[in-house]
Structures are given as C-alpha cells and as structure tokens.
Write a protein that binds this ligand. Sequence first.
Ligand code: ATP
Ligand code: MG
Length: 638
Amino acid sequence: MAEDEEIPPPASFVEQATVTDDSVYGEFEENWPDCWGRAAATLDWFDPYESVLPADEPPFEWFAGGTLNACYNCLDRHVEAGAKNRVAIKWESHLGETRTYTYQDLYREVNEFAAALRAQGVEEDDVVTLYMPMIPELPIAMLACARIGAPHNVVFAGLSADALATRLESADSAFLVTCDGYYRRGSAIFLKSKADDARLKAAHDLEEMVVVEHLGETAHLGAGQHTYDELVDAHAGAEVDPVERTADDVLFLIHTSGTTGEPKRVEHVTGGYLAHVAWTSQAVLDLKPEDTYLCTANIGWISGHSYVVYGPLALGTTTVMYEGTPNYPEKDRIWDLIEENAVDVFYTAPTAIRSFMKWDTSLPASRDLSSLRLLGTVGEPINPRAWKWYYEHIGNENCPIVDTWWQTETGGMMITTLPGVKNMKPGTAGPPLPGVGARVVDGRGEEVPANEAGYLVLTRPWPGMPLALRHGQRWGEEAAKLDVGGWHYFTGDGAKVDEDGYVTVLGRVDDVINVSGHRLGTMEIESAIVDVEGVVEAAVVSVDDADTGGIHAYVTLETGVSGSDDLRERIGSHVRERIGPIATPDAVVFTPDLPKTRSGKIMRRFLENITNGEEFGDTSALQNPEIVGELESIVRDS
Ligand code: ATP
Ligand code: MG
C-alpha cells in the first residue's frame, strides 16, 4: 500500500451498506437544515417536531416542539416491534463469566430500577451521578434515569474520590449509584469507599446512595444507603411510564477528558443528541438490528455513552460490553470476544491498536475474525502504519475503516468517511459528514489554502450540539479571537484540508509547537515518528528557550526493539523527509511509557515540564502517574 494511496471500500461491504449513494451529500446541502429530519426519523417521537431548526442563529432549537423519551427509543419500541428476545447487551466479566440481556430482560430491569429511583425521591430533572465500572448495571441505571427524565452524570470509575466530589458538586447532584468494588488486572478496587470519601469531601449534601454488590462483599451501608438488589427486588415487576421529554430537555451531563486542562462540563439534550448518535451509528458504523457490535470505549467517556449505549440500543442492535482490560487475563481478550460473539462491527481507539501491534501480531491471526464487516477508530489521529496494520491484520483487507473525528462537545461523529460511499485515505479522518459545516481557518478567520494548517472550526450548528452552544455561548479563548463571520464553534484542534475536502487533524492548538516562528502540530510530527519501524508511540514537546527553541520527542518501542542511536537517526531522517528539517527533533528520549489520561490520551504538559526542568503539577489525573518521576530521572541522567 503506497503512501497517500486512496482505498475504495470493499465491494462486498458496499453491496450491503445502508448508505451507498454519493448524492446524500448534495441532498443535505440543498435541503439544509431540514435534511437533518433523516436523523430524527431514526427515532420514535411522542409529539412530532414542528420544525427541524426554526432559526439559523441561537438559540438553536433542534426538532422544536417534538417530545420523546430516550429509554423508550432504546427499549420499549423494540419490544413492541417484536424484538423482545433479541439480545440487547452481552456482557463478559473480568473473570470470563457472561451475562446476556434480551431487550425484554433489559426492559424489565430498567423499569424496576426506574421505579426504585423514584421511590428514593428522584424527580424529573434531578441529576443522578453514576460512579460505576463496566458492569451491566451502568447502562441499566442510565436508561432508568432517562426513563424518568432524570439527567445522569457518569463519572469514570478510575477517577479519584476528589474528582468524584468535584463532579457531584458541579452537577449539583444529590443522588449517587455506585458499586462495592471491581477487579482490575486481578486486584480489587473498592469503589464504595472512594464514594464515601467523596461524600465527605463534597461541599454539598448527597442524600441517597445505591450500591451494586458486584464483588459480593456486603458493603457497610450508612444512612441513606441501599443495595441495588434490595431496591430492585422491592420493585419487582414494576412498570414506569416513560416521561415525555422535550427535544431540548437534558439527557445527561458529562465531563471532557481533561487532556489539555481542567475537564469541562457538557450537557447533552434528548432529541438532537439521540438523533445524531442513532443516525451516525446507522450511516457511519452501518449498524443494523441483526448486528453484534463491540466498542471498546469505557462508558465513563462520551464515546461509551454515544456508541456503546445510546446509538446501538436506539437501533436495536446487540452491543457487547466487557469488564476489565484488553490484556487481562490474556492479550488476545478482544480477539477472543470477537470470535466468540461473531462480532460484525468493531470500534476502538488508535492507542489500543498501537498496543495490539506492540503485544504480538500473531494473536489476532490465531483467531477467526471473519465475522467482521467494518472497523472504526476514535480518540486520536491514527497514523498510517497503525491504520494499515488494522486494515490488514484485523480486517483482512475486507472491512472499511472509519476514522471518526468528534469530541465530548459534539456528542457524536462529525468528520469521517461514509464507508459505503467514500474512498479511505489512511491517516486522514475524511470529509465532514453530510450536513456538517467544517472549515480550517487562519488567525483572522479566513479559510486557508488546501493542505495548509489552521484552526478547525465548525461553521454550522448540528443536532448533537451541547446545551451551552445551543444557547449561543462561546467556548474557548481562541474562539473569541477568530472572526469567521457568522456563527461558529472553535474545536480547539488544528487541521488541514486536502483538495478532496478530506480533513487531517494535526493536534490540539494548545499543543502547537513554535520553532523559529513556525507553528507545527504535535500530531503531525508524532505521526511521522510512529511510522518508523519499531516505534509504538511518540509525543513531542517544545523546548522553552527563546534562543534555541527546538523539539524533544519521547518515544516508546515495540517489545524487543532497543533504543539505539541508529534508531534516533532513522527517526530524525524520517521526520525531515515527511515534514521538513524544521520539524526534526533535537533530542529523542526512549521511555517505557508516556503519561496518559484515564481515557488513554497522551498528556503532553508533563513532558513539557520535564523537558524544561519545571515543577510539574498534580499528576492524579493520569492513569500512570509513576511514569512522570521515572521519565524525569531518565532525562536528568541522559
Ligand atoms: P479536554 O477537552 O478536556 O482537553 P479531550 O479533548 O481529550 O479533553 P474528548 O472530548 O474526549 O476530550 O476528546 C476530543 C478530542 O480528541 C478532539 O478534539 C481531538 O483532539 C481528539 N480526537 C478525537 N477523535 C479524533 C480523530 N479521529 N482524529 C484526530 N483526533 C481525534
Ligand atoms: Mg477537548
């Protein structure tokens, strides 16, 4: 496969794909914004909306006048349509135990828990915080909240008691659902005690706590604390009418990953959000009700909300969830899950793909992955070498790959190829989806020429937009400075667009490296480095020296590859060739690991601190805080 090659989608895929006609782009253009009625049509509405988008300036009231219930759309309508015995959730525990919920099973348990929450005093619009690992009770609790119109606020279970306390306060949430604990890589983590800690730390009252007994060790229960089973048993057989929500009513709150700074709170609404994720699940992931689908995202992040829970369940698909990590008990866990469940569609992150490459390429080869029809990635740019590995070793050159660019703030996918329509270009996300307005502009807000770097802005509202943007608030400091003319949202990412309108994301604007007045995107340099044989991951940062400036690269290697000067030389020359001499790293540091957020993204600011001999701040947001000290001594001793 040559560099910059365009790869058409496999014919066998196109034959069966839901969206195969290129005219969909034109139709969205001609008929904007009413074209988004297609997304709304994937849902059942109680009252139909009066207008898709009444005005083209804030407030943006998507599907104004429409009412619906997200839980009804994910459960009741499938049960009513005769799919009650289809599997909704297939779950595999850390120890390999499986649980299967049909749509009928899920309907029953969600109703019982919804009744229980009500009995605990949860009313419509009360925020319920869910601090839970990847167990079935998490989506059950989310859907139960949605059923009674109580926005949920999921906090990733790996976050600390402090982080939970902050998020309880920020959401003004008096209700918490958690569990006694769970296993991670063989050791027990006691979540309930972290939750108790947060309750003491939060400067506000937590009234009720529900505890799922997942480890089976009866947790100590204080006042206002109940076990999940006790509540569900007390409401056995209960049915709760789904509350009629307006399209604009909040479905949930969530925080961004906090890769570049403090996590930001985002609120998503019922109508636009659900329509956006259901439509993109259908058009981009090509999900069909008869499919079995695996997304490796944790439900604690937006990707898990949109594409483990709401998108696939709204379409009546079977969604596979697993507890634990992809390399426990063995490094072929994911391939095992795909084979065992005959998974049709697989959606994961580039960081996971790079780990799979690092572990052992023969592992996927020893499994039958022929059930796969489509592959997807999200979270970071995927460099062409990893893309190619994914395409060949996992997809057997038979599955299109969708590289989906989106954010917590966008709710759902925004920039990616429609897999049955567009050619793929490895390393490039693709054109904006039909109906999405995206442009790359310079500091004055003017569109930059093709293939030149600039700021990625979204120039049209979209159904999955969050509440604050609907109301016309502007986000981000840079946003204020860009004058794009008309409404826009600045994404915080740098990007370039090619002649065919394909967008390549170059990095976060906060991470831009300035070398002698040239602004370089971190992701572009890193992508060039990881294309070098033997390299797994790379992070580059700028040297804070007014005279010299410069770039330092931190690099991890495949098992068995050693960090030699020869490899440093190869990295340098590859970057020179791909981007230019200006981007060549002045130093290459080999390291066993890179500092990462809990959602698996590289946190460059600690590397900057180390490079520049600065104090580094609080490392508690990292999944591997120990690496910071280790790296500091590697750099000091080198
Ligand atoms: P914070 O906003 O708190 O710093 P975050 O941006 O990491 O955290 P998310 O909303 O989870 O939080 O991540 C969205 C970001 O992830 C995007 O803005 C982009 O930088 C990156 N991203 C996601 N998907 C892709 C992709 N397919 N290609 C390139 N970058 C991507
Ligand atoms: Mg962000």
